[in-house]
Each structure stands twice: as structure tokens, then as C-alpha cells.
Design a protein around this ligand. Structure first.
Ligand SMILES: NC(=O)c1ccc[n+]([C@@H]2O[C@H](COP(=O)([O-])OP(=O)(O)OC[C@H]3O[C@@H](n4cnc5c(N)ncnc54)[C@H](OP(=O)(O)O)[C@@H]3O)[C@@H](O)[C@H]2O)c1
Length: 367
């Protein structure tokens, strides 16, 4: 199945390499895209852009990459120089949200496909785009972007432009999807009202974050109780993937860790839905999905999803606990990998006809 390029329809050869650009490569997600692609069997890094760090060697900006044998010759270049090289097969958009729209014409002219990690083209409703992504509203896309969650989207996108999900949004989507997909029932397993409490590490704010480390260290605080832009994205995705209109309360908190997101979602089961129905729905939703793992029958705290089991990997862990008519769903992932760079590489693999798992780690880095 996975040997056809979805854009060209061509067969993919086992030793084929594609040429890739990383736009915004000196940031946290761009650095992770580079780190993972340095080990990818089908990728040649052709162009790495930076703004303030243009001209620097990658190991000076990302010291964790400096000892890789292929890193020595790699430097960041100003984005405008993308026009000076042969068109790349894929450009990963790792710019701060709002920076891509006005640069898209340049990138699209020199890349056959654009996979955007930023939020610019995730939402469809105009009023929400205006509220949460004003730059996108000013610069509408040249063509539609497909919103792509590899495990849940019904098709691998065959267009040139793909937008990946937000990190806290997708953690929440993995936690909630089986409750509303119904697993063969005509109705969702849960009632519409869902409360979500999401916690994220400091890299979620990007390298440009101006939060002093001393104020994050040893602290645990509110990020946004209302109005986070990932809330409409979760509503839109659950509606698209399941047909359910979820009444979502979504609050976010800042953790004192560099990486990792943990989401706890609370919902009420519909009349007659049993604990076994819920377990079956979660097992069915993610069967055969290499990067979303449902924790079987968790009892002890360490059986549940946790950051130390996922940070460093492209895996999202999911678990549920049912008590009476209530269900609590928990999900955890590494925001820079399964929430960003790894998710985008997984999408590239599927779109390009490579093995879905190529270049993507499943083990965490711990302790
Ligand atoms: N961080 C996460 O956990 C995460 C997860 C999922 C999605 N995302 C999304 O991914 C995108 C990148 O996030 P990030 O955390 O990697 O951000 P970041 O660490 O702040 O990096 C931003 C990158 O964009 C470059 N850049 C900034 N302004 C630019 C401009 N005007 N023109 C050209 N290049 C510019 C920066 O270059 P210089 O530093 O050299 O100036 C840097 O390479 C964001 O849209 C974010 O919402 C982030």
C-alpha cells in the first residue's frame, strides 16, 4: 500500500531520496525536524532557513546536533535564497504562527509540497481565523490546505499544501476521538459536554518565548483558562472525524519541564454505555496505528500515559478510566516530536509513499 507517491501517483523506489527544505530551521521544531531527518533513509536536507541565525552552522545554534557526521557542512541560509536552488520536494514550515502566510508564495514557488507545522491554515471558519490567526485572514492561501492527522484523516492528502495539527489540540483529539467515533454505534459513547485540562512544557512556546526560565522553574501555573486557539481546532477536528458537535471547555497550564504535553479529559457516558464499550472503542480506534498506543487495563499510576514514557519518541499514549457514568481520558506526547516534527515527518512518509515509521523513534529518553 505504502509504495505510491500520493501527489504524483508514481511508484516509490526503495532507495529513493527526496530533497527537503526546513523553513525556520533554527527554532525548536525546525531543530527537531533536522535531528530526525539526519537519520531518515529517504531524505537529503537541501535547504535550512533562519532569520537572525542566517549564516550560522547548525551545530552552533543546536549544539545537540553538532556531533552528527552529516552536520558539519550544514548552515542556515536566509529564506530568500530558497529561490537560488532547484525546487525541493518538501518544505517543512516551522515559522512562528503568522509568519508563513506572507512568505507562502515564495516557498510554494520553490517547493513541490508544503507541510506546515504552524497554526496558520488549521481552522476553516472565517470568524475563528480572524480571531486566532489574523495574518492568515490577511493573506488567504493560494490553494486550500488539508488538515491532516495521520491516524484519523480518512485519506492521505494528495494536494500540495498540508497543515499539521496543533500540539495540545492533537493530544486532546487523540484522547477524545474514540468517545465520539462511536465504534460502530449510531450515537457517541459520551454526551457532548467535555472538560479538558491540558498541561505543556516550556518548548511549546518556541525559542522566541520571552518567559524568564527562573519564573518557570519550580512553578506550575495557568496558561489560558479560556480562549486558547487550539479549542476551536479540537471542535472542528472532532466534528470532521466523527460528526459530533462537542461542547468543549479547554484550559491550559504551563509545566516546569522542557518537553511534553499531558491532557486530562472528563466526560459523561451516555445511558447504557458500559466500561467494556469504552475499552473496545479505544482499542478499535487505534488498532494498527504504530504511533498512538492505548495503555491496556491501567491500574497503578505508572500504567497510565506519562511524559517519561513518550518524551523523545513519536508516540502518543492514551488511556481511559471509567467509574459509573463518568469517563476520564488521558493522553501524553512529546510536543516537539509527535506534536510537531515527528508528526510532520510521519505525514511526509505517508504522502511520499515511504514506510510510515521511517526515521521515527518509538522509545523515550529517560530517566
Ligand atoms: N514548539 C512546539 O511545541 C510546537 C508544536 C507544534 C507546532 N508548533 C508550531 O511550529 C511553529 C514553529 O514553532 P517553534 O517552537 O519551532 O518556533 P521558534 O522556536 O520560535 O522558531 C521559529 C523559527 O522561525 C524563524 N523565524 C522567525 N521569524 C521569522 C521571519 N520573520 N522570517 C523568517 N524566519 C523567521 C526563526 O529564525 P531565527 O531564530 O534565526 O530568527 C526560527 O528558525 C509555530 O508556528 C508553532 O506554533 C510548535
Amino acid at each position: 500500500m505504502a509504495d505510491i507517491d500520493h501527489l504524483t501517483g508514481n511508484k516509490v523506489l526503495a532507495n529513493e531520496k527526496i530533497r527537503v527544505a526546513v523553513v525556520g530551521a533554527s527554532g525548536y521544531t525546525g531543530g527537531e525536524v533536522i535531528r530526525l531527518l539526519l537519520e531518515h533513509p529517504h531524505v537529503e536536507l537541501a535547504f535550512l532557513s533562519a532569520e537572525r541565525s542566517a549564516g550560522a552552522a547548525i551545530g552552533t545554534v543546536h549544539p545537540w546536533l553538532r556531533n552528527h557526521p552529516k552536520a558539519g557542512g550544514l548552515k542556515f541560509r536566509p529564506l530568500a535564497e530558497l529561490a537560488d536552488i532547484d525546487a525541493v520536494d518538501v518544505a517543512f514550515g516551522c515559522l512562528p504562527t503568522g509568519a508563513l502566510p506572507e512568505r507562502l508564495p515564495l516557498i510554494a514557488a520553490h517547493a513541490k509540497r508544503v507541510l506546515n507545522l504552524g497554526g496558520d491554515y488549521r481552522l476553516r471558519a472565517e470568524s475563528e481565523v480572524r480571531t486566532h490567526y489574523p495574518k492568515t485572514a490577511e493573506h488567504p492561501p493560494l490553494e486550500d490546505f488539508a488538515y491532516y492527522v495521520p491516524e484519523l484523516s480518512p485519506e492521505v492528502p494528495d494536494g500540495r499544501f498540508v497543515n499539521l495539527p496543533g500540539c495540545m489540540a492533537v493530544t486532546t483529539i487523540y484522547a477524545l476521538y474514540p468517545l465520539f467515533a462511536g465504534a460502530g454505534r449510531t450515537e457517541p459513547l459520551a454526551t457532548d459536554r467535555v472538560v479538558v485540562d491540558a498541561k505543556t512544557g516550556s518548548t511549546g512556546g518556541g525559542r522566541g518565548s520571552n518567559e524568564p526560565p527562573a519564573e518557570r522553574t519550580g512553578n506550575f501555573r495557568v496558561h489560558k483558562l479560556y480562549g486558547h486557539r487550539h479549542a476551536p481546532e479540537v471542535r472542528q477536528a472532532i466534528a470532521d472525524f466523527t460528526g459530533a458537535a462537542v461542547d468543549l471547555r479547554f484550559s491550559t497550564h504551563s509545566l516546569d519541564v522542557a518537553r511534553g504535553i499531558m491532557v486530562t479529559a472528563y466526560a459523561e457516558l451516555r445511558e447504557g454505555v458500559t466500561s467494556l464499550d469504552v475499552k473496545r472503542a479505544y482499542a478499535k480506534a487505534y488498532v494498527g496505528k504504530p504511533f498512538v498506543r492505548v495503555r491496556p487495563a491501567p491500574k497503578a499510576p505508572q500504567d497510565f500515559p506519562m511524559l517519561k514514557a513518550v518524551v523523545g519518541s513519536n508516540v502518543a499514549e492514551v488511556a481511559i478510566a471509567v467509574q459509573g457514568g463518568q469517563v476520564v481520558a488521558v493522553a501524553a506526547l512529546d510536543n516537539l516530536i509527535k506534536g510537531a516534527a515527528g508528526q510532520a515527518i510521519q505525514a511526509m512518509n505517508l504522502i511520499s509513499g515511504f514506510d510510515e515509521t521511517a526515521g521515527l523513534p518509538t522509545t523515550a529518553v529517560s530517566p
